[in-house]
Design a protein around this ligand. Structure first.
Ligand code: LMR
Length: 336
């Protein structure tokens, strides 16, 4: 009996040999681990390896460790990595500018509208545009709303005049900054902190979870809570890789992605609220919350951006988003 028990203990202690046909998914992204996207990528890893019984191994490469903004999209297309979750503001260089509808300032008012837009026809149609580029859309993740930071108070549109403001590679974001009298500067996310520190740019915009985890609040004297735009991620894979997977593995990964997406959306608001509390507690930057009256002035100053991009992002899409936002608002009012 003792010998059998001993043999069982020895076998149990042996590392599971990686089977020759293990499938590796390199998942690269540009933000810190302790952000909604970072935590959701970790959740996907756990669930994907669990549901495939270890047949799939997900290797996470956060914080631009492997590739930074533009590089990561090229790496995915050539199959050097298998999964990304870039901001939808970064698909213009790929030739799919329609994703920039999410960048239109003050178009989408709340997270529920974001999710109903991404999970409906608009989100599906946008993913369809990725397929000819060799990419496959798997899910949309949210990271709440973006705020502005700079080294001067930003309370009215004219306060932006002459500021060099870092943006993602989006024509809508470029037009937004110009409508405020600022000078837009496209820059990889991994370079933003040092550019702010060295005053190469004067300010930027991002959700608080990114601002805080990248320590931007330490090199920006002023933060304005403007909620002027949403940050949405498209979780994408290399289409050839995905279609080459065994059907059962694909189904298990899809199940993992559905659960990781639900988890990400559940934590996004709290992660950003916690980041705001931490920024305030740090005392490093002055936090100003726009009043409703001030927000109205900003919305009016930025309205021409929506008209300017109606053709590029689709008037039908804009009309549909307005309808969805109105439905969400009406449901909220009825609940009160
Ligand atoms: C940015 O580049 O500002 C963001 O898209 C980074 C991210 O992925 O959240």
């Amino acid at each position: 009996m003792t010998r059998i028990l001993f043999a069982i203990l020895v076998l149990a202690a042996m590392p599971v040999a990686q089977s020759a046909d293990q499938i590796i998914i390199k998942f690269s992204h540009v933000v810190a681990n302790d952000t909604p996207k970072g935590k959701a990528a970790e959740k996907f890893k756990q669930l994907a390896e669990k549901y495939t019984g270890g047949r799939v191994k997900v290797e996470l490469y956060p914080n631009s460790q492997l590739y930074k903004d533009r590089e990561e999209m090229e790496a995915l297309q050539r199959g050097a990595v298998q999964m990304l979750a870039p901001s939808v503001s970064k698909f213009g260089p790929l030739g799919v500018r329609e994703f920039e509808l999410f960048d239109i300032p003050y178009l989408i008012p709340d997270a529920e509208t974001v999710d109903r837009v991404t999970d409906g026809d608009i989100g599906r149609n946008l993913f369809a545009k990725l397929e000819p580029k060799g990419l496959k859309g798997l899910a949309y993740w949210d990271n709440g709303f973006k705020q502005f930071s700079a080294n001067r108070p930003l309370r009215k549109p004219e306060d932006f005049r002459g500021l060099k403001m870092r943006i993602q590679s989006s024509k809508v974001l470029e037009a937004t900054m110009r409508a405020l009298g600022a000078l837009p500067q496209v820059m990889a996310f991994s370079e933003v902190y040092s550019a702010l520190q060295q005053k190469v740019v004067d300010g930027t915009e991002n959700p608080l979870s990114n601002l805080y985890t990248q320590k931007m609040h330490e090199v920006q004297s002023n933060l304005t809570i403007s909620d002027h735009g949403c940050l949405v991620y498209a979780v994408i894979t290399n289409r050839k890789f995905w279609e080459g997977l065994p059907a059962n593995i694909r189904a298990q990964l899809e199940k993992a992605m559905v659960e990781a997406t639900r988890y990400e959306r559940d934590i996004a608001k709290k992660e950003n609220d916690d980041a705001l509390a931490a920024v305030k507690a740090s005392g490093k930057t002055e936090v100003y919350v726009l009043s409703e009256a001030e927000r109205k002035v900003w919305k009016e100053a930025l309205l021409p951006v929506q008209a300017k991009f109606e053709g590029a992002v689709g008037k039908d899409n804009l009309d549909a988003i307005h309808r969805i936002a109105a439905q969400v608002e009406s449901r909220k009012t009825k609940k009160k």
